[in-house]
Design a protein around this ligand. Sequence first.
Ligand code: TRP
Ligand code: ZN
Length: 865
Amino acid sequence: MTQTKPQVQYRDDYQPPHYWIDTLDLDIQLHDSRTEVVAISRIRRNGEHSEPLILNGEHLALLQVAINGVETRQYQQDDESLLLPQVPQEFVLTIKTRINPAANSALEGLYKSGSAFCTQCEAQGFRRITYYLDRPDVLARFSTRITADAAAYPYLLSNGNRVGQGVLDDGRHWVQWQDPFPKPAYLFALVAGDFDVLRDSFTTYSGREVALEIYVDKGNLHRAGHAMDSLKASMAWDEQRCHLEYDLDVYMIVAVDFFNMGAMENKGLNVFNAKFVLADENTATDNDYLDIERVIGHEYFHNWTGNRVTCRDWFQLSLKEGLTVFRDQEFSSDLGSRTVNRIRNVRIIRGPQFAEDAGPMAHPIRPDEVIEMNNFYTLTVYEKGAEVIRMLHTLLGEQAFQRGLALYLQRHDGQAATCNDFVAAMSEASGRDLGRFNRWYGQSGTPVLTVSDDYDADQGRYTLTVRQHTPPTRDQQEKLPLHIPLSLALYSEQGEPITLMREGQSCGPVLDVLEAEHRFVFEQVPSCPTPALLQGFSAPVKLSYPYSDEQLSLLARCSIDEFVRWDAVQMLLNKTVQAQMAAGGETALPRSLVDVFRTILEDPALDRALKAEMLTLPDLGSLLELFEQVDIEVLARVHDRLGLGLAEALQPLWRQAYTDNLTPEYRIEHQDMARRSLKNVALGYLALAGDEARVFEQYRQADNMTDTLAAMKAAVRAGLGSRDAMLTDFEGKWHHDGLVLDNWFRLQATAPGEQTLARVRQLMQHPTFSLSNPNRVRALIGAFTSGNPVQFHRADGAGYDFLLEILSQLNRLNPQVASRLITPLIQFSRLDDARRRMITLRLQQLMAMPDLARDLFEKISKALD
Ligand code: TRP
Ligand code: ZN
């Protein structure tokens, strides 16, 4: 909390630290509300200077300071730091502090999750444990001694290797840990509790055996198997694809119920949100299984891209996050369907990431200024950051990319690096000039590629003119041309691919767009072609090309690239929505769209998972991105009518798709998941067409959570009468399990109809709901505010008032979660004037709140600016 105006930090102001810390010995005496921490560090002056030593520290009770073993009172203290004015060249600093984990509802630093102690130190949580140089470019060797009550906390865990343990006569015991790898404080972790442990092992390619341990709440051992399989698959994948091996003798994962994010890559001791660990067929859906695989992979891959090579400063966050997301995307794509993975990632960029670019928090993947670092764990840094890495991969190819990655890791092993270091290694290893490409790191906003073409039949010459333009964003008015890889193919009227010829030679599919306007001439083009542009979404841009319905139908049917087929259907759907909006929402469904849907449904060769994606309508959020300004209620009506129209026009085919894809027994296997997803898409349409019996039948017969939830979802979306019976039955079965019940909260929060807000308020009284558990908050409140745009943006402003009430409580309880929740309230640029006025009023009210945390302050002040 801050009384004074929060300070802005600038990337350009980076200075190396005045002091280094070589070792840190922690001694932590765990008690619920009075934990004592003794931190002994070896400190060394960095260069010649007489600057004081300024350590970060927040919410700490300082008990004692000693230099070289002699207690001193020569220090100055404030809410955020401890200043030692004169210190020797090299010395041992001892600091004793007391903290209160039981009262820590922000879930940063040391806190209690249920009955266990755990830590979250990224980005700046370590300063809530002791006074320290809490910045990622200070790397120290940590040793940690934990002491706690032996009965309540039989497991005491920290980073590295267990080097000692003992029992004390007061019922307490201790364990000593030693981490051989120097690390920044944000990678420190401690866990103490009573768990069930799933154990396994992995032998690395050089023949070292690594013990694998997954710690879960008692009684949940049977739900940890998939996480363990995913961990072993991750270790094998990193060896095979990137030749990277694990480096400690033990890898531990702990699942906790109270966690602000997905998971955390602490060295040798990952802490996970339980929802990314626990799964069995009764409680987890197919997508939950895939999410677990992805997040386990993500945290494991950080061991090289993040831990062995870390970030110099937090402005470089995408150095580890963009790269590690790219790695987890490749992992999921190699294990499952590459096209389906690509489609799902592209949906995130085109929906919420583009919205972030268009909103007040727009920032480059390497931000220039930050008030609260926690606000920059964003879709831009993570997902767009991964797109930037993917573009490098597209430009360099797999081999040169792997050489560049190896060079980067070898050159910076054990160091804190920058995004420039990464690009330099890529450039050196490939021999490519990445000078202009580098602009992707510093420029915010979504570029628009406007493509026009011309066919000269006499010469057989086809000319593409590509213009790029990035509209100004709140943070940056001036934009420069970028290096954009534009992947394309040309198709004849019969849907045959045309060989690409430029300057007398055949050429590859990727064009380097470098200038504001760039022309590409193709020769020996026998007939006027249809271009497949931006294949595989080869750059995170908006594409504008005047495709006709016929051209899109052709691409949807004939493209060799499966992604292009999906994308063509998306464009056709977008065109339909735009046309209907222009006509006031009252036109009939175009024949061409129905025909394309029919062709997809009847295509026996098409992968079922891909079919399911092609037949799924874009959500309201990404449709909003098609307009400058729009009445969201009209848009929602058009969206609904589109679904209903397709449901009715193709009813026999939906029925066929449903019955053809029933699976006899539940197996977690990609072919079966594909069947279920197609079957359940069909069920959604059948529900809209009124086939209530089938929906209820599926609910009653389901032997797995995927089918159970699909039936409930279909019923809720279509407003079927039987939904209440299902919801009641579900609650009766699962009220004891928060993770499962989150699905039930989410479903009701995203239900159509104006009674939904009242129902959400009522559900907050449910015994399983708690404002202090981030998973519950996201499932109920987050699902309503960002997953139910129509009801959140109710014309009477009641949705806004609701969020206001919640935020004023969460601001104090958990500022990080509050700050994530406010997103739909600050991204109002596409809304009508009346709603914008209502929102502005609410934001002003929030701004006037006493004790407004930095997190909300930063977002609200930018939104009101
Ligand atoms: N490094 C983590 C990841 O990408 C992110 C993370 C986990 C985090 N918990 C956090 C970031 C809390 C900020 C605050 O997997
Ligand atoms: Zn990460």
